[in-house]
Design a binder for this molecule. Sequence first.
Ligand SMILES: *Cc1c(COP(=O)(O)O)cnc(C)c1O
Length: 393
Amino acid sequence: MSEREPGFGTQDVHGASTDPPANRPVSLPVYHAAGWSFADLAQVDAIYEDAIAGAIYGPDGSPNLLALESLIARLEGAQTCIATPGGMAAFAAFFFSLLRPGDRIVAAQALYGNTTWFLDHMAQFGVTTEHVDTNDLKAVEDALSRGARIVVLETISNPLLRVADIPALAALTRGRDALLLVDNTIASPYHCRPLALGADCVLESATKFLGGHHDLVLGALCGAEKLLAPVRRLALRLALAPGAFDAWLTVRSIASLEVRMQRSAANALALAGWLEQHPKVRRVHYPGLASHPDHAIARRVLERGFGSVVSFEFDGGAAAFDALLSKLRRIALVLSFGGVQTTLSHPAKSSHRALTPERRAALGIHDGFVRMSVGIEDLADLQADLAEGLRAL
Ligand SMILES: *Cc1c(COP(=O)(O)O)cnc(C)c1O
């Protein structure tokens, strides 16, 4: 009996071949698959029991996700990595799986705005946070003596670019059985590997330097398999995984991480030195400058340079900022950072907008405070653009 030709409704579902070609592509294809098929129940058992590598459902086991996670784990020197749909999703997975009502967090005073918001939000689950100046080791020690499950801080803080003494802080947390979670977004694994310095877990917002092009939102957590096992369980059950295309795009971007970071950090160092000499600039914040309060720490904690973010201050407030911006031809006002293009942000109007003016003033953030994410353009063009902008002040 000749086989019946499948109907249209069957053809449109099953007509596309899913067979891979006989030879290998140079880059991993994007696997847009949310479901996976099994040859038999023995294969189901083997994949569930990790006897063979395979995917079960949704993002779990997606080749693009696994490729990304193994790549980031390698760069961070970590046993394992969990990629998430954003840096904030990484915080959510970590806190919701490891914290219990009554637990206390000790956090840096200067944190990314959404991180501070989320720590406040955890209060409704009975988790409280004490903020301390994490550059004051005595203050951290005092806070730890009142008990803490997790200490949260950033390798390089935003926008003052203070550098955390991770080895000293890790020694304190280890002595108190607290976990040290380091948000390494501004440094990226190119400039700092917090796990090698004693941190228990490192978080990256790959939206910034790892992604590098302002075209994706993605996060990652790295650390020991044992610590992160419950975090992975929660992330899998709550589908806190990036889509295949974003994972693919991030792998593609990370291929150029070193050359991007080398170039942008060299540009940043040169611009920071030049801005420091500029008569219209009141103050420059950059860990690579001898004038930075944490320059000595930065030389110990950071590798291969001092990062690509430079903050600077001038007189004249918001009107002066707009005057500067209006003269810039290539440098745009973008409220993120880490791209190949040089961008400015205005912390008082964006990342630190929710704070009271008094709190901002205490941190030293005013309307003439600019954070610049330096890109990979020609240094001479960036300097010319800034010179023109500063002339308007
Ligand atoms: C952007 C950012 C985050 C949040 O990451 P998303 O990818 O936007 O969710 C966390 N920490 C720092 C330091 C950031 O800059």
